[in-house]
Design a binder for this molecule. Structure first.
Ligand SMILES: C[S@@+](CC[C@H](N)C(=O)[O-])C[C@H]1O[C@@H](n2cnc3c(N)ncnc32)[C@H](O)[C@@H]1O
Length: 284
């Protein structure tokens, strides 16, 4: 049984995690917090959430804060996840951009976890360029960001074991875009070279990241609610060029006021893909 002091400590941790990361831990997910934070609490000699809250408020707070957020992030991902958004990227976005005079295609994978999403996009750009040697868009830079430094470290290494590769990577692409290395298979330099990995908390604001033609932010905002979710979506949409696409998870939607504010159209098929109205001819 939990005492009311335990309940208050749990509520404190819920508020702290949501304020720092946007991640909402529902009241019925207390076990999740217990399981995820158990190793940290053991190593710090903290017996209860009450002890953890006291430590957070004391001298150890500065070092505990990022470690708690790190443990509460979920890095579930796979190659070419859900397939449709990646087919759409290749068959529509790369193709259309190749026919435009809009400079290099700029892409952002926001909440990239361990790197499968940006590497999948870079592989598609490489395949498209090989198939259309005279008319492929220049995809020089894919920005890939995440709040989790542990996930970003895996992404930067670009080495995946058989278990990770089984989740969406086929044999042909494996042989073409990876080399065997200690601990698994390493992404080839030409695929990695397009990608810049950077830590970024989507709650913290990101005026410095610039503007993009395509933003993938898939299965990240599902952990957010209310104003934090709406504000983050609003800022992501501000970072899109006119005519650009925001690609969310298949079941993720954008509230109507933001649809109107940013003049968005939802792609009929596939779900989760939104296009900002292109600029009138002659303006970009
Ligand atoms: C479930 S993964 C999704 C990975 C990938 N986009 C996909 O769809 O396969 C969610 C990622 O969002 C990141 N994340 C959660 N809150 C975040 C925040 N406030 N800012 C940036 N990234 C965040 C997590 O660290 C995690 O790597």
């Amino acid at each position: 049984m939990y005492s009311s002091a335990d309940d208050q400590a749990f509520a404190f941790l819920q508020r702290f995690i949501e304020r720092e990361s946007g991640i909402v831990i529902a009241d019925n997910k207390r076990y999740l917090l217990e399981v995820r934070l158990a190793p940290l609490m053991r190593s710090e000699g903290l017996a209860s959430f009450r002890d953890l809250v006291a430590a957070l408020q004391g001298a150890r707070g500065a070092s505990l804060r990022p470690r708690i957020i790190e443990l509460m992030t979920t890095h579930e991902t796979l190659w070419f996840r859900d397939r449709f958004p990646f087919d759409f990227f290749r068959d529509h976005l790369l193709k259309e951009h190749a026919q435009s005079n809009d400079g290099p295609l700029t892409v952002w994978s926001a909440g990239c976890a361990t790197g499968q999403e940006p590497y999948s996009l870079s592989i598609l750009a490489e395949e498209f360029a090989a198939m259309h040697p005279r008319s492929h868009p220049d995809v020089k830079k894919i920005l890939a960001t995440d709040i989790s430094t542990a996930a970003l470290e895996v992404a930067r290494q670009g080495v995946y074991d058989a278990l990770a590769l089984r989740r969406g990577m086929d044999e042909v692409r494996l042989r073409r875009f990876f080399t065997e290395s200690a601990g698994g298979w390493k992404v080839r330099p030409e695929i990695a070279a397009r990608i810049t990995f950077r830590p970024l908390n989507l709650l913290a604001g990101f005026p410095h990241v610039g503007k993009f033609h395509v933003i993938f932010c898939r299965n990240v905002l599902i952990y957010f609610t209310g104003d934090r979710k709406t504000d983050t979506l609003d800022r992501l949409l501000q970072a899109l060029h006119p005519g650009g696409h925001l690609v969310l998870g298949a079941s993720e939607t954008i509230p109507e006021p933001l649809m109107l504010k940013h003049q968005l159209a939802r792609q009929a098929r596939g779900g989760g893909i939104y296009r900002k109205q292109p600029a009138p001819a002659g303006r970009s």
